[in-house]
Design a protein around this ligand. Sequence first.
Ligand SMILES: Cc1cn([C@H]2C[C@H](O)[C@@H](COP(=O)(O)OP(=O)(O)O[C@H]3O[C@H](C)C(=O)[C@H](O)[C@H]3O)O2)c(=O)[nH]c1=O
Length: 182
Amino acid sequence: MEIAETYLKGCFVITPKMHKDERGYFLETFNEKIFFKTTGIKNKFVQDNLSKSSKGVLRGLHFQKGNTAQAKLVQVISGKVLDVCVDLRKDSPTFGKHFSILLDCVKKQQLYVPRGFAHGFIVLENNTVFSYKCDNYYDKSSESGIIFNDKFLNIDWGFSEDKMIVSEKDKNLLTFKSLFKC
Ligand SMILES: Cc1cn([C@H]2C[C@H](O)[C@@H](COP(=O)(O)OP(=O)(O)O[C@H]3O[C@H](C)C(=O)[C@H](O)[C@H]3O)O2)c(=O)[nH]c1=O
């Protein structure tokens, strides 16, 4: 398993080691000892989520506020997404900056998104199954988010906006500047 930190402190790309044989393959999708040894982060994941989406679906950018904030270890089980996380830690030198990565079921890379980040993805293949571990429980009352086409964040989703499938909730998310009054 290779774990590499992105330019956003505390955000890591994990490349699991794939053990192939005549039957297929085997890989460890999370190993607490290796993760802690490499990152110094001792996560207690308490909730696993899974969503299935068609090509063009955009979910995000979401986060939970305050002490219900969630760190997430995300991966694609089948299909492909462009995954994006945004640093919302006001004291961070990369506050307002984002990191994007293609996640698919071939390379099977994962992204560790720390607490204090917004997260979202655009689905690039039909029947994409997205799975992730969270280190805090879902709390609907503390849910928040930033509109995916926020001008300040200026995220290139690599997908035509008029072909995107976005929930009504996500179409009405706040802008970065209105959220942070900046
Ligand atoms: C997130 C969540 C949702 N739900 C229920 C609430 C709704 O009835 C239904 C769909 O929820 P939502 O539209 O918020 O699902 P996504 O748009 O996939 O939300 C996720 O999208 C981005 C990519 C994320 O990173 C977040 O983890 C999460 O917000 O599932 C639950 O019961 N538990 C949960 O943990």
